[in-house]
Design a binder for this molecule. Structure first.
Ligand code: NAD
Length: 351
């Protein structure tokens, strides 16, 4: 066995898409199939350079490996990134070419929607290959909008971190929610029902104002939410919000939200520890969505999704316990646990 196979950051396969006839370009990055087929969505985005596109695909594929492993799913990690053409383009041709690429991988990669892609696009892929999730949902079966499951996993994680680690109750606590879209809006409703006080902000001011009026929440500007006087911050909008600029001014004890890639750098995880702020690793707590999408692919029921989502909070507490024991930030601990799961599966595969 080579060192590369021991290294969980090893990228198994990069499948280049470069169709001369249509001009469609992109890449399918397969980080790992050790635990199962590589599952992760398809992003359609404009990149200035080919290097930027490949770098993003590799980073996102590794992130999916870690998220799927930590969610206990029988899937590895991968991601497709397609270059969004300038101006008008033939969307049908683009997703036909992408579907052919997915088919060529013979099930090693399973795709779904991501930033810039829709259910209609995935239907087009489905005409070329069966390795697609995120389509229609049948009664009692898993599938459909993943956001309610994501919000539920974040809520249960927040409750566990507050009660079991920081020893305070969500009832009467104040939670600042950045971004009240699909995930953030639902999270706010769960928090209101649990008796928490809410402070909300969104670039879409009308959306935040309407939700604040409905739930009796305080509505602040997007520059104020990160410095709000609250017990908990729930980032539910963008990546990179926990950075060298924002961390010194945070006034919360706990950060737990649905957004992906909340830490700008690994060093920011240590900066939060130094400030005595507990950080719930994003991909551990926001796995409800991928749990729902993968259950749809596996033909499972919504009860099975509920069961898996119900395990997220316990997994988070395990990450916190080990992070204290090993004296590393929770984000580093989660990465190590994910890497261990992937490396163990690789060893079993190679044996
Ligand atoms: P969404 O687009 O429905 O909501 C995002 C909201 O954030 C929007 O209302 C937008 O106006 C707002 N926003 C954007 N920039 C902002 C800023 N600077 N300050 C305040 N608000 C801002 O998206 P979503 O599906 O709710 O996802 C939210 C985050 O959670 C994303 O990072 C997404 O990648 C992540 N996530 C979502 C799911 C899911 O199931 N939808 C699963 C895992 C992770």
């Amino acid at each position: 066995m080579t060192h590369a196979f021991e290294n969980a950051d090893f990228q198994e396969r990069l499948h280049v898409i470069n169709d001369a006839e249509t001009g469609v370009t992109g890449i399918i990055a397969i980080h790992s199939t050790a635990i199962g087929p590589a599952a992760g969505g398809c992003r359609l985005w404009h990149y200035d350079t080919q290097t930027d596109l490949v770098t993003d695909a590799i980073r996102l594929a590794r992130g999916m490996s870690y998220k799927n492993a930590m969610a206990g799913l029988p899937f590895g990690g991968g991601k497709a990134v397609l270059q969004r053409p300038e101006g008008d383009f033939d969307r049908a041709a683009l997703f036909r070419v992408f579907g052919e690429a997915v088919a060529a991988l013979k099930g090693a990669y399973i795709t779904a929607e991501d930033v810039g892609t829709t259910i209609a696009d995935m239907r087009a892929v489905r005409r070329q290959a069966p390795y697609v999730a995120g389509l229609e949902v049948a009664e009692g079966m898993a599938g459909g909008d993943p956001s309610p499951w994501t919000a539920l996993g974040v809520f249960e994680s927040m409750k566990a971190a507050a009660q079991d680690v920081l020893k305070f109750d969500l009832a009467g606590a104040t939670v600042a929610v950045q971004g009240v879209g699909n995930v953030g809006g639902r999270l706010c409703r769960l928090l209101r029902d649990a008796g928490a006080n809410l402070i909300v902000a969104d670039v879409d001011k009308a959306r935040a104002a309407a939700l604040a009026a409905e739930l009796g929440a305080k509505h602040v500007g997007i520059d104020e939410i990160l410095v709000a006087d609250a017990d908990i911050l729930a980032p539910c909008a963008l990546g990179g919000v926990l950075n060298a600029d924002s961390i010194p001014d945070l006034r919360v004890r706990l950060v737990c939200g649905g957004a992906n890639n909340q830490l700008a750098t690994e060093a920011d995880g240590q900066a939060l520890v130094d400030r005595g702020i507990l950080y719930a690793p994003d991909y551990v707590v926001n796995a409800g969505g991928i749990i729902n999408v993968s259950a749809e692919y596996l033909g499972e029921t919504s009860d099975q999704v509920a069961d898996r989502v119900g395990q997220i909070a316990g997994r988070l507490l395990d990450v916190f316990r080990r992070s204290t024991e090993e004296q590393v930030p929770p984000g580093v601990m989660a990465d190590r646990l994910a890497q261990h799961l992937i490396a163990s599966a690789r060893r079993r595969q190679a044996a």
